[in-house]
Design a protein around this ligand. Structure first.
Ligand SMILES: Cc1cc2nc3c(=O)[nH]c(=O)nc-3n(C[C@H](O)[C@H](O)[C@H](O)COP(=O)(O)OP(=O)(O)OC[C@H]3O[C@@H](n4cnc5c(N)ncnc54)[C@H](O)[C@@H]3O)c2cc1C
Length: 462
């Protein structure tokens, strides 16, 4: 069966949802969106209910469930790597923290040859265009006020947030009114992709409102297996749906399958480093070294504490309380289930030699893992510490991610070796990090668990 569209988009994730909306806006072009995952049904609590965020990751209904090969610098541990496989893509299973990059990152991009249009002055209007920032004054020039992504701020009312912010100030860091505004550096409440108690995914913001446009067709459970070429020109795609193979021709093929699937689809279709493709039995169409290499990501580790004072949100993880919390959410979109709980945090520089923040802190007034497991404490909290500069994999050691059998997909992702992070000294980070954590003063902090801390330091230091 063959179909024809002006544009065919692979993947209805964050990028695909926005593209589908914008390309069909003036009604003149026909657009087909092919999404391998299922729909983000309005009744699907694990997607729609913000506090259910630890549950979809790791489940095949929502997640591609990648994991790395054994990491040589992490005692052979495999690192799980979630990627959304559902309408909305990763924005339907993510942590819902809304965070722009630091303006200086875009300045750095803009400094590269041919990249002038990626400096902050060029990017800012696009950020503003997508935001409807409820937490900002309408006169705030740095934030958008009528875009499709309605963003709620904080409110970070749990007393542990105050303790966290106060302790940051006592440790010598500053407060900032808006980590996405004029000044990122400092601590304060975060904006979140949550509105009226529901997840504000890219699908909810951009795709669902326009699903009835006549020139837009969205197919879920449609798995794209190859790009079709006429010479070196992409002319369409092959995909399977309900066990049947389909061919679609397109004026333009747009790949928005995410950082792992997009290069993989290119490689499987013959676009990549020619010798490498031949070694896998794939006939190259375009010799394009770089495809499937240079994957970048940001590392985050979290540190959990028991909290002797009964002020955390931990009791809400009690299974006996969950039915009541669920009912509050179902009938009123209210209560502890109506937030992602990542309501505040901060950005700091790890040492004087870096010009702008390279570390981020997310604070959670409960202790829980991304797979839904909670810590063995009546009350707890945790601090996520992450790199806000991207970590780069050592290209000389990197093993490209493709595997020939497309149903197995890739297992090797990072092969983490020495990670190159500009201006970052791990020892100093360790010192300052401990310093700020020790200042959590209104609670008698009892050290509960430092997640694989030894491994983590070994991994950071290399
Ligand atoms: C667990 C988790 C937590 C996160 N937390 C945050 C956070 O709090 N804040 C934040 O800003 N970011 C967060 N992120 C990152 C953020 O969600 C992603 O960076 C972003 O959604 C990526 O957008 P994308 O369009 O590139 O890809 P995705 O949104 O992943 O979309 C890709 C889509 O393409 C589909 N697809 C792939 N291959 C094919 C194929 N062959 N055929 C058909 N369809 C295909 C996929 O199923 C998917 O739906 C998180 C991510 C994860 C996984």
């Amino acid at each position: 069966m063959s179909e024809t569209f002006d544009y065919v988009i692979v993947g209805a994730g964050s990028a695909g949802s926005i593209l589908a909306n914008r390309l069909t806006e003036d009604g003149t072009k026909s657009v087909l969106v092919l999404e391998a995952g299922r729909s983000d049904y309005p009744w699907d609590l694990l997607i729609q209910m913000p506090a259910a965020l630890p549950f979809p990751a790791g489940k095949s209904l929502y997640d591609w469930r990648y994991e790395t090969d054994p990491e040589p610098y992490m005692d052979g541990r495999r690192v799980k790597h979630a990627r959304g496989k559902v309408l909305g893509g990763s924005s339907s299973i993510n942590g819902m923290i809304y965070q722009r990059g630091n303006p200086m990152d875009y300045e750095r991009w803009g400094g590269d040859d041919g990249m002038e249009n990626w400096n902050f002055a060029h990017c800012l209007p696009y950020f503003k265009r997508l935001e409807n920032t409820l937490g900002a004054e309408s006169s705030d020039e740095y934030r958008g006020h009528d875009g499709p992504f309605t963003l709620e701020r904080g409110p970070a009312k749990n007393p542990l947030f105050k303790a966290f912010f106060d302790s940051a100030v006592e440790a010598g860091y500053s407060r900032t009114p808006d980590v996405n505004g004029y000044r990122q550096e400092g601590f304060g409440p975060f904006d979140k992709h949550v509105h009226n108690g529901r997840r504000m995914s890219a699908s909810r913001a951009y795709l669902r409102p326009v699903m009835n446009r006549k020139n837009l067709t969205v197919k879920t459970r449609a798995f794209v297996s190859s790009i079709n070429f006429d010479g070196k020109k992409a002319t369409g795609l092959t995909y399977t749906r309900n066990g049947r193979t389909h061919h679609v021709t397109a004026g333009e093929v747009i790949l928005s399958g995410g950082a792992i699937n997009t290069p993989q689809l290119l490689q499987l279709s013959g676009v990549g480093e020619a010798e490498h493709l031949r070694s896998l039995g794939i006939e190259p169409v375009v010799n394009l070294p770089g495809v499937g290499e240079n994957l970048q990501d940001h590392l985050e580790a979290y540190i959990q504490y028991a909290c002797p004072q009964p002020v955390s949100e931990q009791p809400n993880l009690n299974k006996l309380k969950m039915p009541w919390i669920g009912l509050q959410w179902i009938f009123g979109r209210k209560g502890p289930a109506a937030t992602n709980h990542f309501e505040g945090g901060g950005f700091v520089r790890s040492n004087e030699n870096v010009d702008y923040p390279n570390l981020m802190f997310h604070f959670l007034p409960l202790a829980v893992r991304y797979d839904g497991q909670k810590a063995e404490a009546k009350h707890g909290f945790q601090v996520h510490v992450g790199l806000c500069t991207l970590m780069r994999v050592d290209p000389s050691k990197f093993v490209p991610l493709i595997q020939k059998n497309i149903r197995v997909w890739c297992t090797t992702i990072f092969q983490l070796n020495k990670i190159v992070v500009s201006g970052w000294k791990p020892y100093e980070l360790h010192g300052r990090l401990c310093h700020s954590l020790l200042w959590l003063h209104i609670i008698q902090v009892k050290f509960l668990l430092v997640l694989k801390f030894k491994q983590m330091m070994k991994y950071w230091i290399g």
